[in-house]
Design a protein around this ligand. Structure first.
Ligand SMILES: Cc1cc2nc3c(=O)[nH]c(=O)nc-3n(C[C@H](O)[C@H](O)[C@H](O)COP(=O)(O)OP(=O)(O)OC[C@H]3O[C@@H](n4cnc5c(N)ncnc54)[C@H](O)[C@@H]3O)c2cc1C
Length: 439
């Protein structure tokens, strides 16, 4: 018998961005892989469905279900650290923050991170979460092996050597191939980054982007719509010591970034004609020249932003600047009011079937904004540019494409579907998202 582990009142699930909400029939918090196996088998036997949720930090309904919802917060231990070979084995439900913290105790770090570390390890890799650097792959590309409970309740340990197809697919598995219970990640000796920031006129930044991406190990670009300047964030490894103590750093982040962006989102949401002026003020006050040396995770991660919406597409690297230019033109042409940053980041090519960076170096363009009447049109504009240029959506961020459009841009789409038929023939892991994506 399936015994849900929580009361019905705590069962409702909502994404961090409040974009989707669902009421699963039961919520389960397994404490071992054996419990996951038993649950998957029982759900399958009953002809029901099950979905794992990580930290719920995707804007899409990728983790939502009306069936059984599984959270792995009790499977969150670091199991092994192999310093010599730079490997860490962790349970899938650990948060990236906990993992990074644990690694730092052993003088180790992840080679790259995105803007936050609240995600779970399995949740982050399942959508291809990434940071930014032309030679730096996404987090999924750091996976050396993983353990997966398939729809039949079998445990598969996949790596380049064993079950290579499962390995190629399940590193960005979208929650559709099984429950990941353990992940082995590549890690590196802990390192400091020297971050330098400066602004450039929009067109000049577009001209310099590719060269800057080749010059700096980590690089990203922020643009506030209605301004004509781009903020460059470039970071490189250094043996220099940190320039600001942890407390000052924290106060700085909380004191500056969070209130500034919360204010523009709030004001912009309530009084949209003010958005262009607000953006220009923020650009004047916040964008500009500065530098610091800090431990890598302190540079990669930002303070948690205020609630907002995001859409993001991975363009072929060479198309990035032109696509960013077209996004600006779209905002101007449609006279949209957009009260949050647009971001351009680089991700190195990988061999993971459903990764947005599969087979080609990618330039990710993110369109972010608060809830407003103009948000759907802003995102539709980015989606249209992406369609014209053959870009691929970030699975965790808002997009409207379905099967045919996705098959066109993900070359290994059919291979993924065939493997899904093998691993989950009875569609135990199906939800509304997977029905839209795979039909
Ligand atoms: C404020 C904010 C900042 C962000 N910054 C970035 C960024 O810098 N770069 C970037 O690329 N993305 C970013 N994202 C997006 C985010 O990293 C992804 O959407 C990520 O997948 C969320 O992880 P999660 O743990 O919340 O997973 P969820 O959103 O809960 O789930 C994502 C998918 O993982 C599956 N899943 C979870 N656990 C398992 C498991 N054990 N086995 C199998 N499948 C599983 C779920 O079923 C679902 O399909 C950001 C999101 C937010 C809210």
């Amino acid at each position: 018998m399936i015994k849900p582990l929580t009361r019905a009142s705590s069962r409702t699930f909502q994404t961090w961005g409040r974009t989707h909400r669902c009421a699963p029939v039961a919520l389960h918090l397994p404490e071992s892989e054996a419990e996951v196996v038993a649950l998957v088998k029982e759900v399958g036997r009953r002809g029901q469905t099950l979905r794992v949720v990580g930290a719920g930090h995707s804007w899409t309904d990728i983790a939502c279900t009306d069936g059984h919802l599984l959270r792995l917060e009790r499977l969150n231990r670091v199991l092994r650290i192999d310093r010599e070979n730079g490997l860490v084995v962790a349970e899938a439900g650990i948060s990236l923050r906990e993992l990074v913290c644990h690694l730092s105790d052993f003088g180790l770090a992840l080679p790259s991170l995105g803007s936050i570390a609240e995600q779970t390890l399995a949740g982050a890799i399942s959508t291809g979460t990434h940071g930014s650097g032309a030679t730096v792959g996404n987090l999924s590309s750091l996976v050396e092996s993983l353990r997966l409970v398939t729809g039949r309740g079998e445990v598969v340990e996949a790596s380049r050597e064993h079950h290579p197809d499962v390995f190629a697919a399940a590193r960005v598995g979208l929650g559709c191939l099984g429950v990941i219970t353990q992940v082995t990640m590549r890690c590196v000796p802990i390192f400091n980054l020297h971050e330098r920031c400066w602004t450039l006129p929009f067109d000049e930044a577009l001209r310099q982007m590719q060269t800057l991406a080749d010059t700096h190990e980590f690089i990203k670009f922020w643009w506030l719509p209605h301004t004509d300047r781009i903020q460059v964030f470039a970071a490189d490894r250094t043996s220099a010591p940190e320039t600001c103590p942890a407390l000052t750093r924290r106060a700085d982040k909380l004191g500056m970034i969070t209130p500034v962006f919360r204010s523009i989102l709030w004001l912009g949401g309530h009084f949209s004609p003010a958005i262009p002026t607000l953006n220009r003020l923020v650009c004047l006050g916040y964008f500009g020249q500065r530098e610091r040396v800090e431990r890598s995770d302190g540079v990669f991660n930002l303070a948690m932003p205020p609630r907002h919406l995001e859409a993001e597409f991975a363009f072929a690297r060479e198309d990035g600047p032109a696509a960013f230019e077209q996004l600006r033109a779209w905002v101007e042409w449609e006279q949209l009011r957009v009260n949050f940053i647009g971001e351009l980041r680089f991700v190195a090519a990988d061999d993971i079937w459903m990764s947005p960076a599969y087979g080609r170096d990618a330039c990710h363009i993110g369109a972010y904004c608060g809830r407003s009447a103009h948000a759907p049109q802003y995102f539709a504009g980015l989606e249209a540019i992406a369609a014209r240029m053959g870009a691929r959506p970030h699975w965790g961020k808002m997009f409207g494409w379905e099967g045919a459009e996705l098959r066109r841009v993900f070359e290994r789409f059919d291979d993924f579907c065939a493997l899904r038929d093998e691993l989950d023939p009875d569609r135990v892991f199906e939800n509304a998202f997977s029905r839209r994506v795979f039909g």
